[in-house]
Design a binder for this molecule. Structure first.
Ligand code: ADP
Length: 201
């Protein structure tokens, strides 16, 4: 590791998808990675929340799904992602967090980006609950209420399987330990990227 190329600032051939359950820290890690690699970052959850805050038509279409802990329909989400990628990542390199989340979204993303690698942050369920409960006490998100959190975790457990399997079958996925301190997780991400040929060439 000590004499490996500078992975945090070196050239990056692929887009990076961060996946993980609600509370896994994918949003935080995606922000760190985007800053360090100077790449655009799309969090579909953040983008939906910004539309809701601005009262756009898209925000109105998304809100009831989000507040119930359900996914926004694929057609709505895919159109938003396509528009955002075309505007912010015309060269097809971006950090994605929260997308794709369904098998249909994987197929759609295949039509938009050619090279992707996937980092899956694995955190045990008790720790996820602890983190989400803490986030609920510091406030901010309407979907952090206890019953909605349960719904989001259950949905993730079902929907993530085919998404992860699709990328695992292609050899593009790494499972990473998402427990522990933020910088330790960031280091594991850098190490994993070094083992994914498309990301380190
Ligand atoms: P979490 O990591 O807790 O799921 P996010 O901020 O990533 O939080 O997402 C919040 C909500 O936004 C989701 O529960 C869902 O309703 C909606 N959402 C985000 N990304 C997608 C997506 N790719 N497809 C459908 N709905 C999405």
């Amino acid at each position: 590791m000590g004499n490996s190329p500078n992975l945090t600032t070196g050239p990056l051939a692929a887009s990076i998808i961060l996946t993980g359950a609600p509370g896994s820290g994918k949003g935080t890690q995606a922000s760190i990675l985007a800053r360090r690699r100077s790449l655009p970052h799309l969090s579909t959850g953040d983008l939906f929340r910004s539309h809701i805050a601005r009262g756009t038509e898209l925000g109105r279409a998304a809100q009831r799904h989000i507040d119930a802990g359900h996914y926004v329909p694929d057609e709505v989400t895919n159109a938003m992602v396509r528009d955002h990628i075309e505007r912010t990542a015309p060269d097809g390199r971006i950090i994605l967090d929260g997308f794709p989340r369904t098998r249909a979204q994987v197929d759609f993303l295949d039509t938009l980006l050619t090279d992707v690698v996937v980092l899956n942050l694995v955190v045990e369920p008790a720790e996820l609950l602890r983190r989400l409960e803490h986030r609920a006490t510091v406030g901010g998100r309407s979907d952090d209420a206890a019953e909605v959190v349960r719904e989001r975790l259950a949905l993730y457990a079902v929907e993530s399987e085919p998404v992860l399997a699709a990328y695992r079958d292609r050899g593009l996925l790494r499972d990473l330990d998402g427990a522990g301190e933020l910088h330790a997780v960031a280091r594991r991400i850098d190490e994993a990227l070094a083992t994914l040929p498309a990301a380190s060439c």
